[in-house]
Design a protein around this ligand. Structure first.
Ligand code: C2E
Ligand code: CA
Ligand code: CA
Ligand code: CA
Length: 275
């Protein structure tokens, strides 16, 4: 029995080594990807529900690896976050975003996802100050999305950061609202502009009465606090009808459009100045 236990351990060890190896390989590929310019910004339109007009987009990162093909952010953002790559990568995303806003000359808003490490580091505010100064864009056209879990890693610091962002006129949204443990204390603690209702609540609003109540109450709560609301993951007209009935301001989801390359978005949003 003892030797078998040892065998299991060796097997386990081998599997661990393989996993660690795979992880390191991905990490190396990610650092190279930044140099080789394998990342691309995709944009998913955000739509004003009352008019169905595209009022902006969320920036979603894509990675084209020469052999692996298209790798989704759920597979590489966690590795980038742990390895520290997220800092130069996040800086690249913000630079590209500000370049787009400056090219579009003020017609649309862009929302960028912030990672936990970007929130807790010291480089974000100086970076944003430089980008705003160099581009001269209206800071209100830049929105930063922060998840509850990222902000709650260091609530005091996050509160200061969000205050500083808003002092600059940058908009702040809570991402995946309702999925954390402390959504309501978040509202008490942080000054924000908008709430993004997580897709997990929107998905079943037609069939699950609890979800319908939660979404409806969240919209009401947001409005009472003077905040805007974006519903994520809208896939059906019935969901649009429900959300409009509750005066939800904006929505985003496959019903309107999937995340798309910048050129496609510019064609869709129309009437943008061509460079
Ligand atoms: P997220 O911020 O919650 O982004 C929304 C995700 O839902 C996106 O997945 C989007 O493609 C997907 N989605 C949008 N509408 C629908 C819909 O109607 N139905 C369904 N089933 N899905 C929908 P994506 O692009 O794979 O991004 C996954 C996550 O990766 C994002 O979740 C975000 O947390 C992270 N991420 C993406 N880009 C960045 C980035 O530049 N920086 C950081 N830190 N994180 C990023
Ligand atoms: Ca987001
Ligand atoms: Ca989200
Ligand atoms: Ca999410």
């Amino acid at each position: 029995a003892k030797s078998q236990g040892r065998g299991n351990f060796q097997f386990f060890e081998a599997a661990m080594n393989a996993a660690t190896h795979e992880r390191l390989l991905m990490e190396n590929r990610l650092w190279q990807a930044l140099e080789r310019k394998e990342f691309e910004l995709y944009l998913q339109p955000q739509v004003e529900l009352a008019s169905r007009r595209v009022i902006g987009a969320e920036v979603l990162l894509r990675w084209h690896h020469p052999e692996l093909g298209m790798v989704g952010p759920d597979r590489f953002i966690p590795i980038a976050e742990e390895s520290g790559l997220i800092l130069p990568l996040g800086e690249w995303v913000l630079q590209q975003t500000v370049d787009l806003l400056s090219r579009w000359k003020g017609s649309l808003r862009l929302a960028v996802n912030l990672s936990a490490r970007q929130c807790s580091g010291v480089s974000l505010l100086p970076l944003l100050d430089r980008l705003l100064r160099e581009s001269g864009i209206d800071p209100a056209l830049l929105e930063l999305e922060i998840t509850e879990s990222a902000a709650m890693q260091d609530p005091e610091r996050s509160r200061d950061l969000l205050r500083e962002l808003r002092a600059r006129g940058i908009k702040v949204a809570i991402d995946d609202f309702g999925t954390g443990y402390s959504s309501l204390s978040y509202l008490k603690l942080f000054e924000i502009d908008r709430i993004k209702i997580d897709r997990g609540f929107v998905k079943d609003i037609e069939s699950d009465p609890n979800d319908a109540v939660i979404v409806s109450a969240t919209i009401g709560l947001a409005h009472s606090l003077g905040l805007g609301v974006v519903a994520e993951g809208v896939e059906t007209e019935a969901q649009v009808a429900f959300l409009r009935g509750k005066f939800c301001n904006e929505a985003q989801g496959y019903l309107f459009a999937r995340p798309m390359p910048v050129g496609e978005f510019e064609a869709l949003a129309g009437s943008l100045p061509v460079p």
